[in-house]
Ligand binder design. Structure first.
Ligand code: TRP
Length: 352
């Protein structure tokens, strides 16, 4: 069997270090490991519109921002087919047929969608498109005969739904689709990064993210203002690790050689944590350490992004070329799908 990997990302804002550690780094690592036949990375603009119908400009603008971020992080168009969802009409058509295979009550049970609906406060004004986006996501996955989807915790229900729909389709119309599996992320990328204010997930609207495109001064400023332990007032006070954003970030970003490079008086994170807990270690010191680590990761990304920004047309060209490739594949799958359903009239009925 072929290994076909696909993942998607919504273009609703610039990418931040939470995206990087939670998804993008893993995608680039998988891409570079090369253990696949095809790798697709989709910019999910249509999915973004399901709760942004009146915000088209935002979605449109962020296609290029997200593309720049992805390429800057090492996504390589020679290895990965990067494309735009709305450029692939077959996906919309497939979605329409898949909708017949899922019930309203099943859609309402999807825990990720449930959570998102609550967060957005939709209540009675819930757009149908939003409720059904997992069906469209099923089409995204099945259109490319994807067998592997890198999926964090919140994407698992989507994959479950895709498998159910694929199974129903195969049972009803004959074996047509592969049942996709999740690539479970490693421990580091599983951790949801909190915002710099410690108040929950990073989110653009809360202004608590470090963006990949932030300047080095901005990054430093955000780190120096990070939430730590409000009761750790004097250096000699004992400090708390739980809920301390600096330590949460250190957990996610520390590298094997970080201590040797930037804080040689400690051997590892455990040592640093126990000193902090005991008292005698100041916030400024740990923040400067974290700043050094994050600057080292983001500097090459920022520089690559700046270079890419010089030639936006070239970036669009990558996206359009990727979309052309994706279109060919998805159109073939749609044909196969319609044939399985039996609505391939022009094959069945011959007119001379
Ligand atoms: N739902 C994903 C997100 O919110 C984006 C996405 C769209 C996706 N289609 C996909 C992910 C297909 C994996 C596979 O980021």
């Amino acid at each position: 069997m072929k290994n076909i990997i696909l993942t998607g990302i919504r273009p609703t804002g610039k990418l931040h270090i939470g995206h990087y550690i939670g998804a993008v780094k893993q995608v680039v690592d998988i891409q570079n490991a090369g253990n696949y036949d095809k790798f697709y990375l989709m910019i999910a603009d249509s999915q973004s519109l399901t709760d942004n119908a009146g915000n088209v400009q935002k979605v449109k603008d962020n296609i290029i921002e997200v593309a720049l971020d992805l390429l800057a992080c090492g996504v390589d168009p020679e290895k990965t087919c990067v494309f735009i969802q709305s450029e692939i009409p077959a996906l919309t058509e497939m979605t329409f047929y898949f909708m017949n295979l899922v019930t309203l009550s099943r859609l309402k049970r999807n825990p990720t969608v449930k959570e998102e609906i609550k967060l957005r406060g939709f209540e009675e004004s819930l757009p149908m498109g939003f409720l059904t986006y997992p069906v469209s996501q099923t089409a995204d996955i099945l259109a490319f005969d994807t067998n592997l989807v890198p999926a964090g915790e919140d994407q698992k229900p989507m994959l479950e739904q895709a498998r159910e729909i694929a199974k129903s389709f195969n049972n009803l119309y004959g074996n047509t689709f592969i049942l996709p599996d999740a690539i479970v992320p490693n421990e580091k990328s599983q951790a949801r990064l909190v915002g710099t204010d410690g108040k929950g997930k990073m989110s653009k609207s809360l202004g608590n993210c470090i963006n990949l495109s932030d300047s080095s001064d901005t990054i430093k400023q955000k780190i120096m203002n990070m939430y730590t332990d409000p009761n750790h007032i004097k250096i000699s006070d004992p400090g708390k690790i739980e809920g301390n954003v600096v330590f949460e970030y250190l957990n996610a970003f520390v590298q094997p050689d970080s201590f040797k490079k930037y804080l040689p008086e400690y051997e590892n994170l455990d040592q640093l944590k126990s000193h902090y807990k005991k008292g005698g270690l100041g916030d400024v010191k740990i923040k400067i350490f974290l700043n050094n680590i994050i600057q080292e990761i983001l500097q090459p990304i920022r520089e690559k992004r700046k270079t890419l920004e010089q030639n936006i047309q070239q970036v669009y060209k990558i996206l359009f070329n990727g979309s052309d490739t994706a279109n060919k594949v998805a159109n073939e799958t749609l044909k196969r799908m319609k044939k399985s359903i039996g609505i391939n009239y022009r094959d069945i009925i011959k007119i001379d």
